[in-house]
Design a binder for this molecule. Structure first.
Ligand code: F0G
Length: 351
């Protein structure tokens, strides 16, 4: 096979999969680490974006799903199930198709971005819209998989964390060292747990000298880790991280504490401002939840918690095309033009 082989093959010696298993992959990972000149100037640090929207289904979930699906197939599973705010369902349905398994996805009614739903439809998942939030969906998915022969592929499945930790390896491989600070959006908290696992493994084995401080940012309306207790009715424009009771709570707290990191809560306004800054100043189109890492960095740099000259990586977790409604909200209707070059010149104020 040509080019980048996907994260299981790329990190064969570091990602555990069952002996002799057929690898289920869409050649995920190997995503760009893009310099962010505008953010660097604003913060006085050297800032990079780990652009996870470049994965096959447009989010970081694919790193975990290749491992979870490889394992499910090796164990003889015929069907998988997950709860999702959208990206996990998109990834699970694509990888299940690749593996020849059937997939069922439980999503909160009316609270999943259009592009993600389109993906689950396209890949032929059984889509169940639930009259509840993500936390309700996860409880239902857990119960269903406990009582029926269906494999749960949410990040409570350790295989997911195994795969997602490869993003830290890639960051270190490209930079030749660990960053000083790593900023992440946090929802169900699997990803911050996975990044920390990756960083600590590289440091333990002497591949790099140290580990970054882990900064995890939630939406203000869905910030259980910041408050130290679950949120019963989470709400935010960043639907991907609309989670009130993160499954990997302990993993997130361990990452923060052991790394001398922090959790922060960002308002929807701050998240949307960072979302627009990324697309209009850096040329990187992400979905709203992804921008919480950047919103958090800007706030913490302003308050002096990121020393000037730091090497900072912000993961932007999902592609902007996932959520066209948010991108187009507030766009002004414009009059259509006649097919006439003068009309174009006039409209563009070119005289
Ligand atoms: N960013 C995006 C775009 C996400 O879709 C998610 C999680 C996160 C960040 C947070 O990651 O849950 O590991 O802390 N999305 C899940 C889903 C909940 O169902 O797709 P986390």
């Amino acid at each position: 096979q040509a080019g980048w082989p996907g994260v299981i093959e790329a990190y064969r010696d570091r990602v555990a999969v069952p002996e002799g298993a057929r690898t289920v992959t869409l050649q995920e990972g190997g995503t760009p680490l893009v310099p962010a000149p505008h953010l660097s100037e604003r913060t006085g640090s050297t800032v990079y974006l780990k652009v996870e929207g470049a994965n096959p289904t447009g989010s970081f979930k694919d790193r975990g799903m290749t491992v979870a699906m490889t394992q499910a197939l090796a164990e003889g599973s015929k069907a998988v199930i997950c709860a999702s705010t959208g990206n996990t369902s998109a990834s699970a349905s694509a990888y299940a198709t690749r593996a020849g398994l059937t997939s069922a996805v439980l999503v909160p009614q009316g609270k999943i971005a259009m592009g993600k739903l389109a993906q689950a439809v396209a890949h032929g998942a059984r889509i169940l819209q639930v009259q509840g939030n993500f936390d309700d969906c996860l409880e239902l998915a857990r119960k269903t998989s406990a009582e029926h022969p269906v494999t749960l592929v949410n990040s409570v499945n350790a295989a997911r964390i195994e795969g997602q930790k490869t993003a830290s390896f890639e960051v270190c491989d490209v930079l030749g060292r660990a960053p000083d600070v790593h900023c992440l959006p946090v929802g169900n908290a699997g990803n911050i747990t996975a990044y920390w696992k990756g960083y600590t493994e590289y440091a333990r084995d002497g591949v790099v000298d140290g580990t970054p401080r882990m900064f995890g940012f939630q939406a203000a309306g869905a910030a259980p880790l910041v408050h130290g207790q679950p949120v019963t009715e989470p709400d935010t424009v960043a639907t991907a991280i609309r989670v009130g009771s993160p499954a990997s709570w302990q993993g997130a707290v361990a990452a923060k504490d052991a790394s001398n990191g922090l959790f922060g809560a960002m308002t929807d306004e701050e998240i949307l401002a960072a979302y627009r800054l990324l697309s209009s100043r850096e040329g990187v189109f992400v979905e709203p939840a992804s921008a919480s890492s950047v919103a958090g960095l800007l706030a913490r740099a302003d308050s002096g918690e990121v020393p000037a000259g730091s090497l900072v990586v912000c993961t932007v977790t999902g592609h902007g095309l996932k959520d066209p409604d948010t991108a187009l909200a507030g766009m002004i209707e414009v009059e259509p033009l006649p097919v006439d070059p003068r009309a174009v010149a006039t409209a563009l104020e070119l005289g």
